[in-house]
Design a protein around this ligand. Structure first.
Ligand code: ATP
Ligand code: MG
Length: 560
């Protein structure tokens, strides 16, 4: 058996790709200088799923089932199973589950914490039992989508804390940068690489610059990143579900609405819920089969038993699937329905390519400047994506020997090594600020404080605004501090910036209160921005007069 050179003395760090659909954990082997993916319940890819049950020993307690078993249990117990929790982190939405007529409520980060806790426990057991290493993982690098909000990042950190990792040893890093590391470890040429990551819930595009240093080690920096936090394999599943649901509506003359649990159409709530979960699972399977087959059979027999037996048995071709335009709301929220109605899988793929265009524009690059396209994420397995990328870039995407599902977690494990052993040679990621950050000042103007592309050192980047802010009126005792990010492509003119211009994103706002009442312009306020290596921003504002007051806000606080 392989012996992993994990080093208890230095502490043990786990690299975690916490995905919407699947999670993967890897560790860095100090002896081999290589990364190992830890199998969980017999597989490298762990479905991010949890199911609750009443504890057999104590009926007042809940017990938990994780991963593939939970995912499969969702068919029978949809109301006590939670899938795709990552989508809800930072949303403020509560998770309601029902176990044998009892209702329970959780915060999304609690659910995510339970799942991460299970992954940690499995990793701990693996090193102790399989490798005979005494110790447990106290730290981790968790990857987050490139354009996740600070709130989502904060909640991811919170979940890791709940899972039992030491707070000061939880590091967040960007998914595409992690993917880039796993690409760059074997790379010895200067290159510009597009990371195209199409997962279960999100799409991310990221352009990286890889440059060899004097010691011929790859140095990676992010040139630009764009993403869609609500576009993924789940949405493609819905296209397939829609196609099957149309068949169901034809068979039942539209008399049964599976998505309306309250309407009395002769089908029980329970039957509907079970039918929907089965529909979802069969749709995912059919979709995945169409990545290798021209056509596939979809069989749901029986689909419903009461009030009459409904069997679905249909043949779906790849062409029909790619071009079917969605017509049903499928229980989605109005804003999602609006986004997806009338759209086809082709349209969704085109949408990912529009995001790629934004990313190219922001880096002031053309398609022809890109040397390599690295496909990451389960949904990237669709051959239509390869074709469209080839059409666009005039070259085939990079063919990796490694499964695209594992590269982010492996990159996270390399990151662990970098954090613990900063002197060891290997790929280096230069964390940089992605977009300019600043404040709204008089006349709705944007005052840039942090430039884009600045190196973020280990301890974070602290920048004081060049100018002090002053009060605009006599005797005011508070001042609005409103933080903006300028997401406008860096290649464009920026001579007059106003906060209402396209590309300006309001990140947060607060008021500095308790400023001494004085004449207009007399009171001065100093503003300091701090950007951490995980790209999280903190803003501090301080009144400069003798009994100065201070305020501090992290960007998520007043976001939205
Ligand atoms: N062969 C395939 N063809 C098409 N889609 C596939 C294939 N294999 C996996 N998928 C899809 O990939 C998605 C899961 O991808 P992945 O595991 O990369 O997502 P994730 O990391 O959980 O999500 P995210 O990165 O958005 O948080 C699922 O929607 C799955 O159906
Ligand atoms: Mg992913």
């Amino acid at each position: 058996m392989a012996t992993l050179g994990l080093d208890v003395e230095r502490g043990m760090f786990l690299g975690i790709d916490f995905g919407t659909t699947n999670s993967v954990i890897s560790v860095y082997d100090f002896k081999e200088g290589d990364v190992h993916t830890i199998p969980i319940d017999g597989s490298n890819v762990f479905p991010t799923a949890i199911q609750f049950e009443i504890d057999l020993e104590d009926p007042n307690k809940l017990s938990r089932i994780f991963g593939i078993q939970a995912k499969e249990a969702a068919i029978i117990y949809p109301e006590s199973t939670v899938l795709s929790i990552k989508r809800l982190l930072g949303s403020g939405q509560k998770i309601k589950i029902q176990v044998e007529d009892k209702e329970y409520e959780f915060e999304p980060e609690q659910i995510a914490g339970e799942i991460l806790g299970y992954l940690k426990q499995k990793a701990d057991e693996y090193v102790q039992e399989e490798l005979g290493i005494a110790g447990e993982f106290s730290g981790c690098v968790i990857t987050v989508p490139a354009n996740s909000t600070d709130k989502q990042k904060k909640m991811t950190k919170e979940a890791a804390k709940l899972a039992g990792f030491d707070e000061e040893n939880i590091y967040l890093r960007l998914e595409p940068a992690a993917a880039a590391i796993s690409y760059a470890v074997n790379e010895r040429k200067n290159k510009k690489v597009l990371v195209y990551d199409f997962g279960g819930g999100t799409f991310d595009a990221c352009i990286l610059n890889i440059e060899m240093d004097e010691e011929n080690e790859p140095n990676i920096s992010i040139l630009s990143t764009y993403g869609d936090n609500h576009l993924g394999g789940n949405d493609i599943d819905k296209m397939m579900m829609d196609l099957i649901y149309e068949e169901f509506k034809n068979m039942t003359n539209g008399e049964i609405d599976l998505f309306d649990l309250e309407v009395d159409d002769g089908v029980s709530k329970r039957q509907k819920k079970t039918a929907l979960v089965r529909l979802q699972q069969v749709a995912t399977q059919a979709k995945e089969r169409l990545s290798t087959a021209k056509s596939t059979k979809v069989v749901l027999a029986p689909f419903l038993q009461e009030p009459k037996m409904i069997n679905i048995n249909m043949e779906i071709s790849k062409e029909a699937f790619l071009h079917h335009k969605r017509v049903n709301s499928l229980g989605d929220k109005p804003e999602i329905v609006e986004k997806m109605e009338g759209k086809s899988v082709e349209d969704l793929i085109d949408k990912t390519l529009e995001t790629v265009d934004e990313c190219l524009k922001a880096a002031a690059l053309q398609e022809s400047d890109i040397d390599e396209i690295f496909l990451v994420g389960g949904s990237s397995a669709m051959p239509r994506i390869h074709e469209k990328i080839k059409e666009k870039f005039n070259k085939d995407p990079f063919k990796s020997k490694m499964s695209p599902a594992l590269s982010i977690s492996r990159g996270a494990a390399y990151y662990c090594n970098m954090i613990m052993m900063p002197t060891v040679r290997g790929p280096i990621v230069h964390e940089k600020t992605i977009h300019p950050l600043g404040l709204e000042i008089a006349g709705r103007r944007f005052m840039e404080i942090v430039e884009e592309g600045l190196d973020i050192p280990k301890e974070g980047l602290t920048i004081e605004a060049d100018e002090l802010l002053t009060t605009n009126f006599d005797h005011v005792t508070s001042m609005a501090i409103v933080v903006y990010e300028n997401t406008k492509p860096s290649g464009t003119e920026k001579e007059k910036d106003f906060v209402y211009q396209e590309g300006m994103k309001r990140l947060a706002g607060t008021s500095l209160r308790g400023i001494p009442a004085a004449s207009k312009g007399e009171e001065k306020v100093k503003v300091i921005f701090h950007v951490g290596q995980d790209n999280m921003l903190k803003v501090m504002a301080k009144s400069m007069s003798t009994d100065g007051v201070e305020t501090e806000l992290s960007v998520d606080e007043l976001y939205e």
